[in-house]
Design a protein around this ligand. Structure first.
Ligand SMILES: O=C(O)[C@H](O)[C@@H](O)[C@H](O)[C@H](O)COP(=O)(O)O
Length: 230
């Protein structure tokens, strides 16, 4: 894992976007696994400045909340449409997305996992860090899951999201599993935002534990951790 400590969020966003631009110039149709949340918003804004290089890039949505419909403004879907897909003009045929409105979520899980397997390894995986050490919705637990799955959310994850903390229950999500993440050719891991000191410290011990799913990133040979923590 290469670790870059930068002065602020703007620098983090610009550096992350520069890595992506470099990769997409080398492989224009690369498969990009997209996180949502506060960590990548600035990076997506930086990517928009080089919009022309993304004319063939394919995108897969990393995760989705289980209790709010796709159209909800706080869904991962709405976030990606607003910050990444619409600004970069990525059409539906270059975008793969779990549909939380599906009547048969198990079939959706299978459809997404089959796509990941058929297109594996994904080229770039963007990750943010949860306060509890989660990546995507792979939460600390006794066991972690390899494939795309329905995930029980930790309390801190529910609290982190305003839509979910307004009393919507039950709390769960769907997300790419540890195998999909760890098979990706390059991982860009953004550690920014409030309250992540303890999780970052735990990662830096290099002790790999299911208590901190992000610690498994030490097993990958091409991870760029970028942080504005000093
Ligand atoms: O939102 C997602 O796509 C991820 O599933 C989630 O793992 C997120 O990256 C972290 O919870 C950090 O969230 P922030 O970036 O909002 O701090």
């Amino acid at each position: 894992m290469r670790i870059s400590r930068v002065a602020n969020y703007q620098e983090l966003s610009a550096l992350a976007a520069s890595y992506i631009v470099e990769e997409v110039k080398a492989k224009p149709d690369l498969l990009f696994c997209a996180a949502t949340g506060g960590s990548p918003t600035g990076m997506y804004a930086e990517m928009r400045k080089e919009k022309e290089v993304f004319h063939q890039m394919r995108v897969i949505k990393m995760d989705e909340w289980g209790i709010i419909p796709s159209e909800h403004p706080d869904s991962c879907e709405s976030y990606l449409q607003k910050h990444l897909l619409e600004p970069l003009d990525i059409p539906a045929n270059r975008y793969v997305s779990f549909d939380p409105n599906s009547a048969v979520p198990e079939k959706e899980i299978q459809r997404i996992e089959s796509y990941i397997q058929a297109n594996s390894p994904m080229d770039i995986c963007i990750l943010g860090l949860g306060k509890n050490g989660h990546i995507a919705f792979n939460e600390p637990a006794e066991f972690l899951q390899p494939g795309f799955h329905k995930a029980t959310l930790a309390e801190s994850t529910i609290q982190h999201d305003p839509a979910l903390s307004q009393g919507a229950e039950p709390a769960f999500g769907w997300c790419v599993g540890m195998q999909g993440i760890l098979q990706s050719k390059k991982i860009i891991f953004l550690v920014t935002g409030k309250g992540k000191e303890a999780a970052l410290e735990q990662i830096l011990t290099k002790q790999i534990s299911t208590d901190c799913p992000a610690s498994f990133l030490w097993l990958h040979s091409n991870v760029e951790l970028i942080t504005d923590y000093q």
